[in-house]
Design a binder for this molecule. Sequence first.
Ligand SMILES: Nc1nc2c([nH]c(=O)n2[C@@H]2O[C@H](COP(=O)(O)OP(=O)(O)OP(=O)(O)O)[C@@H](O)[C@H]2O)c(=O)[nH]1
Length: 313
Amino acid sequence: MQSDHKIIPVVAGALMRPDGSFMLGSRPEGKPYAGYWEFPGGKVEPGEAPFAALVREFHEEMGITVTHATPWLTKVHHYEHASVHLTFYRIWAWDGTPQPHEGQDFAWQVPGQYTVGPMLPANGPILKSLELPDVYAISCAHEIGVEAFLDALEARPELTLIQLREPQLGRDELAALAERVAAIVHPRGGKVVVNADPAWLAGWPVDGVHLNGQRLAEATVRPDFAWVGASVHSTEELNKAAELGLDYVLLGHVKATASHPGAAPLGWDGFECRLAGGTPLPVYALGGLSAADLGDARAHGAHGVALMRGAWR
Ligand SMILES: Nc1nc2c([nH]c(=O)n2[C@@H]2O[C@H](COP(=O)(O)OP(=O)(O)OP(=O)(O)O)[C@@H](O)[C@H]2O)c(=O)[nH]1
């Protein structure tokens, strides 16, 4: 069976433009899955570091020099022709203009609005991850009141992924607030996930559910929503979220935060350490952060930053 095959290390990179679009390439004739669309990249050579392989592949395949890239997701996939361990990077800066050195086609794509296909079979969840924004905002009505929170949400059109987390509200009050939040966030193309019992959310105009640590521990299957995330603190919890096939996690807390005054923060080293084995899930760094921490978060393997107080200041 394929799972007995040697696992081939592969690196691939999403060239990211400031407007959020990214590049896909078509696989050249003569390779398995010729004509399928992929992130440019290729096999890591023996003894080569993954980042060095990324730089080499982008130079060989399209003649550009990668100058700033951050580690992102990893994934093992078993094809009929090979088993691969994929390490994905996001590439933020490069020198040169991409040229098709191997007869491939390139296309800049907007996450979720693809004009090319088919995609390589392993890449579905990776492409879905690109639909998640840099900043994830957690609601704060329990601190500043419902009306002030809704005013703050209206005033920040750049926030497009909102977790409604209001443990002080009962089901009916939370449902009413979810409707008001969705009415603000959906017209801007955003998403709302609710931190509550998944059974409560039937018929609510929301996009998904966020599992707290206890609900993640108790879950045996992925709840049936378009978007499902979870809060994690350890590699074990991160792995459980991945096994359930969730879409993202929040990992923290990275810095000291007023919501967990006694608990020691992970720091960026502790954060990175928990991701050291790699994960197929995009990870938002959480705890005492602001949007200004995005660069540090990416450098330590995060997809983005999750903000509570920091989103609304
Ligand atoms: N480059 C790339 N490969 C991917 C992606 N997703 C994915 O499953 N793969 C798999 O990873 C493997 C990469 O091998 P490759 O044949 O492209 O590598 P290469 O350019 O070094 O090829 P070569 O051995 O002909 O020199 C293939 O099995 C491919 O199906 C992706 O997004 N980008």
